[in-house]
Design a protein. Sequence first.
Length: 239
Amino acid sequence: MTDYEPMMDAADAERIRWWHERALAEGAAMAASEPIRTFDYLGLTLLIPAEVHPIVPVSHLLGEAVLAEARAGERVLDMGTGSGVNGILAATRGARVVAVDVNPYALDAARANANRTGVADRVDVRESDVFAGVDGAFDLIVFDPPYRWFTPRDLRELASTDTNYRAMTEFFVEARQHLTSAGRMLIAFGTSGDIGYLRRLIADNGFDATVVASLAGERDGVPVEYFTFRVTPEGTRQQ
């Protein structure tokens, strides 16, 4: 496994670091006033503690794709489940879900939200660092990885940072062996992270990617864009 090499220039990297620090400060202020937030999202009501990644304005790009892609009876892996949201959405379609995370607050939140939304019998929440605690193959893998390559300083920051993209790199190296013959993946990412590196991981590990949802905007006058990719092994035909 190779070390992370940035696919952007130093000015872009510094801008992303500034955005990250500002978002952390805003999040800390929000957490101080509201340690647990309630979100009404795509037909779900979720409670999300401050230590777990919240629903954000671009979350629906992945959530709506999950609702469109998940099928009854399929085995689905929600990698880095956070509040459990995407695994729960898949379960509402009748899928059998394994939802994993390394953050203990996320695991507690995902279990509570699965129970609250009536799908706990179809969502197996477990601790796993990437695929370490996962067995078998899946029809669909959903992954909303941390966008930033910085080293997290606490559990709250763990939701948005992945040191040198270690977990995301391991994910793509190992993902193929956890997909069924017709398996596919939904991956969320944006240009407020190193999207060039994500594209390289997809290509270098033998996958094809198609954009199924996107949203363009700007931050501090700089254009940004967010995507959901449907990712499949090269050369496979998908229905």
